[in-house]
Design a protein around this ligand. Structure first.
Ligand code: SF4
Length: 211
């Protein structure tokens, strides 16, 4: 299944030239938000404050106003401010030089950053060979019968990683997310164009026309 998706979805590596703190802010803004709105919010932040490090000196209300297009702006504004305080300047580079478990633990010490956000950031920022499981990937795995839906985040991540070689995990994550957004959508999945519909236990078969 992953091999099929890897052939279909070939993401452009937009994150490679983004400074690490800005990348972390982008990852936080893109959680449960489409990428276009997250990007708009990030651009507005940069227009208003210059560098994202400056969020440490901004008020939560100012940040809220700038990131409004991304939604969930009330809770996110305080997380972003905390992120800028904790990892501004060279501290983000220090964080990136730490071993995986320690870097993840430090990221998660900021209220509002969970294991998935920490994993996505480490995967994009330094190619950490993890395969973060977001809400789209979880839904796809459950519908295809590879997960029950009761697994915790770390259990599901480890299980998926055991099936995907380290060098393919980043692309597999992005391909699974794209597939979940475009085909195996939360509502009205496109089973009619899905390459797995022949064996997927959740496939919705087209209704027969009645005379
Ligand atoms: S057949 Fe339908 S439910 Fe199953 S993976 Fe494809 S889109 Fe999702």
């Amino acid at each position: 299944m992953i091999r099929t998706l890897l052939k279909t979805y070939r993401p452009r590596p937009w994150w490679e030239r983004v400074p690490p703190l800005e990348l972390l802010v982008a990852v936080i803004l893109s959680q449960r938000t489409n990428w276009r709105n997250a990007r708009r919010a990030l651009e507005r932040l940069k227009e208003r404050f210059g560098a994202v490090d400056r969020l440490a000196e901004a008020s939560v209300e100012e940040i809220e106003d700038a990131i409004r297009p991304a939604g969930l702006y009330r809770s996110r504004a305080s997380v972003l401010r905390e992120v800028a305080c904790a990892f501004g300047g060279s501290r983000i580079e220090d964080l990136l030089s730490l071993p995986y478990e320690e870097a993840k633990r430090r990221l998660m010490s900021v209220r509002g950053i969970g294991p998935k956000t920490a994993d996505v950031f480490l995967m994009l920022a330094r190619g950490e060979p993890v395969l973060p499981v977001d809400t789209h990937i979880r839904r796809v795995l459950v519908r295809l019968g590879f997960a029950s839906g009761r697994e915790g985040y770390e259990e599901l991540r480890a299980s998926l990683e055991s099936e995907v070689p380290p060098e393919d995990r980043l692309r597999a994550h992005l391909a699974l997310v794209a597939f979940g957004r475009e085909v195996c959508r939360p509502v009205s999945p496109r089973c009619d164009i899905c390459p797995f519909s022949a064996w997927c236990p959740s496939s919705i078969k087209p209704k027969r026309k009645t005379r």
